[in-house]
Design a protein around this ligand. Structure first.
Ligand SMILES: C[S@@+](CC[C@H](N)C(=O)[O-])C[C@H]1O[C@@H](n2cnc3c(N)ncnc32)[C@H](O)[C@@H]1O
Length: 209
């Protein structure tokens, strides 16, 4: 369908919207990325905190937060006394996380570029991995799970949380895929965040076998 007033096709308009969406939320960059970070910090705060609560890290545990975005989950894990590594491929999000952490001196947090598929962590070195609202951005679910399996210690915990509407696989298939990747699923279910800015979440807690 042609939009004469704007001079581009409907498909072109969708692509433009998709680009804007990506700059805000998928790989936040520029001004739109800052805006997206601010919206996510507010809208996803409860979900990030609940994801960390599911794993309940202990003092001194090594926690890797992949796709940390503006860093709310990083703060929550650091408040538990964990040693936290915050990873994201977006520079504005890493800066936002650093600003959030600076407000809490004494917390043990390292920030760096990384993804779920490439964390840069050593084999068997991590107690908890937390992924909130980024599994749909992994190059493949299998690659992210293989990396989690590699870096987690035996019995280390993996928490995956996703907006239900953004799940890359139906929940039942995702649970099966996580089991096949070498994890025991301890909890899986839907949860309604208290924020009107966030839709229903699917959350899973799995132990590395
Ligand atoms: C929708 S935001 C979610 C941020 C935050 N966890 C939240 O829920 O508010 C997605 C984040 O994942 C990051 N990301 C993109 N590709 C990724 C990947 N392959 N692995 C991990 N994170 C990724 C983006 O840069 C962005 O900060």
């Amino acid at each position: 369908m042609v939009e004469p007033a704007l001079g581009f096709t409907h498909e072109g308009a969708m692509t433009f919207a998709d680009r804007m969406f990506r700059r805000m939320f998928a790989t936040p960059s520029g001004l739109l990325g800052h805006l997206g970070g601010a919206l996510m910090a507010r809208g996803n705060e409860a979900t990030e905190r609940r994801a960390v609560e599911l794993a309940a890290p202990c003092v001194g545990d090594r926690v890797v937060v992949v796709g940390c975005g503006p860093g709310v989950g990083v703060s929550a894990a650091a408040e538990c006394g964990a040693r936290v590594v915050a990873l994201d491929p977006s520079e504005p999000m890493l800066r936002a996380t650093l600003r959030r952490i600076k407000a809490h001196p004494g917390r043990q947090v390292l920030c760096g570029f990384g993804t779920a598929e490439e964390t840069g962590a050593e084999d068997d070195s991590v107690d908890v991995i937390v992924s909130v609202n980024n599994i749909h951005l992994w190059s493949t679910v299998g690659r992210g799970l293989a990396e989690a399996r590699r870096v987690l210690r035996a019995d280390g915990q993996l928490v995956i949380s996703s907006h239900v509407r953004a799940l890359p696989l139906p929940a039942r298939s995702l649970i099966g895929t996580v089991k096949e990747a070498g994890f025991t699923v301890r909890h899986a279910g839907e949860w309604d965040p208290p924020s009107i800015m966030a839709g229903r979440a699917f959350q899973m807690l799995a132990d590395r076998r």
